[in-house]
Design a protein around this ligand. Sequence first.
Ligand SMILES: Nc1ncnc2c1ncn2[C@@H]1O[C@H](COP(=O)(O)OP(=O)(O)OP(=O)(O)O)[C@@H](O)[C@H]1O
Ligand SMILES: [Mg+2]
Length: 396
Amino acid sequence: MEDLAWGTDAELTDEQFYNREDSIALIKSLLETTSKGSPPTLMIVGIRGVGKTVLLKKIKKEIDDKYLTCYVDLSATLGYQKGELTEMSIMEHFYESWMESSQSKGFTTVFKKVSKYFKTKNFELKEIMDVGGIPLPIPKSEDDYKKLSKFVFNLPQIIYEDHSGDIDGCIMIIDEFQALNDLGKRLDSFLWFFRSMIQNQKNVAYVFSGSLTARDSIIERIAGKDGAFGGRMLNLHIDPFSKETVKKYLDEKLPSLILEDSGFERFYKCTNGIPFYVNTFAKLLQKDTPLDGTKVKEEFRRTLSMIAVHLINQWSRLTLQDQNIIVTLIDKPLRRKEIADKLGITTGTLSTPLNKLQKLGLIESEDRIYCISEPILKAWLKKEYEEKGVFPFRSI
Ligand SMILES: Nc1ncnc2c1ncn2[C@@H]1O[C@H](COP(=O)(O)OP(=O)(O)OP(=O)(O)O)[C@@H](O)[C@H]1O
Ligand SMILES: [Mg+2]
């Protein structure tokens, strides 16, 4: 039966989910140490579309009955969406997530405790929230913010102590943590505060995840030797599927897709084994007819704008200057000076946009040489240029 997930699905059925047995076993066994009072802090990284989110959600589902688990997508934080991520909005998000997962476990005593806490600590309580009556605290001052943060970080430990007969510990998964970059100069102090709050917790584990390249500096600042969690955090990489895995995967899950040897080679080259692209492209390809390399290449061009849709969205939100910078890198990687010369501007002007594009994961630099980090974006831009004679600066 044809059952490939769409590239945008965040939760896969067990039938759709493929491979990753080793990573699942490893992460689960690390998390198991939480039940012995020595919770790990994990950092799960991998490139965009490799399958971090679906993996974490699968693991969450598998350990849900033994632990109080909660999943936080930092890019869904209200403050982030409004373009002003603050420590306060992160705390609110954490708080709501813990309260919601307590509620779904039927842990109700915590709600009474929380209400009492807020009364005694002099918080204002918002009107009872529509979602199941979770009281939402609003701090009045900076001082209250600190109190609130401490309270939120301690909350899972308090819940655990109330329910140690029901659960083995608490686990928080923090996805898309690269959104924390938005804190700018305040990032480091937030991370150190985070670390200091959780380092003595005996029954709460944290799993960070996000899409980054190894060269991203935020990883260093969190997990590096001198970073806030240095030495204490375990780094795990999620890799794209190997050729063999993709072959077995397609044979098993999508037998109606008939790839000749050259067709499969081309398919792997186009997708790089990244599950997001594997699924999207495989679903769009013609079925029940043998496809060779030439045909797959043709089909890739035909479907490229669908495969690249998330990148095209990102592209269309860039400024003309950002887009121009990317275009200079189409043919080959360049130094900052070379980019500046091509655009007829000073290197100083480039700092801000280069930073922004790196944070967006569209370009990366190694030894001060910049290149486009998304081959699919590059392929789409080239195709547009070939077909239309201009780059799609105002595509949408
Ligand atoms: N193990 C898997 N089995 C089958 N399909 C998968 C698997 N992992 C990922 N996919 C496919 O890839 C898509 C993208 O996965 P996911 O959203 O987890 O990637 P991600 O690494 O979290 O990406 P991002 O960095 O953009 O958040 C999924 O919707 C699914 O279609
Ligand atoms: Mg994800």
